[in-house]
Design a protein around this ligand. Sequence first.
Ligand code: OOG
Ligand code: NI
Length: 294
Amino acid sequence: MLDEILDGLMRRYQERVPDVSAVINAMTKEGIIHNAADIENDHIAFRTMGVEHLGVQSLEKIFLHYGYQKRDYYHFKEKKLDAWWYAPPQDHYPRIFASELRVKDLSEKTQRIIHQYIDTVKTDPVAHLDLNNTKSVDNYLHSGLWQTPTVEDYESLLAESEYAAWVIFNHYYLNHFTISVHNLPEGYNTMQAFDDFLEKHHFKLNAAGGKIKISPDGKLLQSSTVAKVIEATFADGKKKKIAGSYVEFAERKILDEFKALPKEQIRRRHRRDGFEAGNADKIFESTYRSQIGN
Ligand code: OOG
Ligand code: NI
């Protein structure tokens, strides 16, 4: 059942983000993998509006129902975001990183614009879902929760919070999936080696804070492509090129106490788990104008 929900998320995401297929094709052509099924999905990420009825406490109910466990909390002061990560019920499922915008911390004007859209949602939509019905969950995750914004509103939001603008337009569409690089063949199994491969194939990487984001313990390394620019149609029929979604890459190094284990015995629990606020802060910028060059 969880498989159906994750497959549905990945299918729409792959349709919307050409870099997904492009990266998988490049990896297959190079002989790094046989096919997409060989890729370990490290985590997927969602963005939400942090208000009553919406936000992480609403969305998380879906994943808690399917056996995910809530783990650490992260705060992003400048970006006015909160986030949590969730451990999957089994190792072959991706972790989840879910963030929400602290709407109350924004200017009055921005709050007014946001509420103009989201106030049509009067109660927690997830509370009304039959969570055992994978079809209705899948539908929910791909439904427009509120009306498509006008270009003017979108641009006003963009000026104060790029995240706010992204969520108002994209709703809960998957923000990214993440390829684990540490289990790839030799020559591609470090973040640097994988980034070299990506750049050789002309993928543009998010350079905020450097292309490779490294946790203070040195054990979680992350990179991401810059979001694909999509031609979006707004409420008034006006079109504008805006940020869509992106692809992320992660290398999780083996924890010191398991360094001596033979390679074939290494499992997820032997590697650095969780996330890192300093890395995440820069990865958020994969959809920012400063990175997509829009
Ligand atoms: C999430 C950014 C953070 C990570 O792995 O730390 C992140 C986002 O852009 O919504 O993905
Ligand atoms: Ni991520």
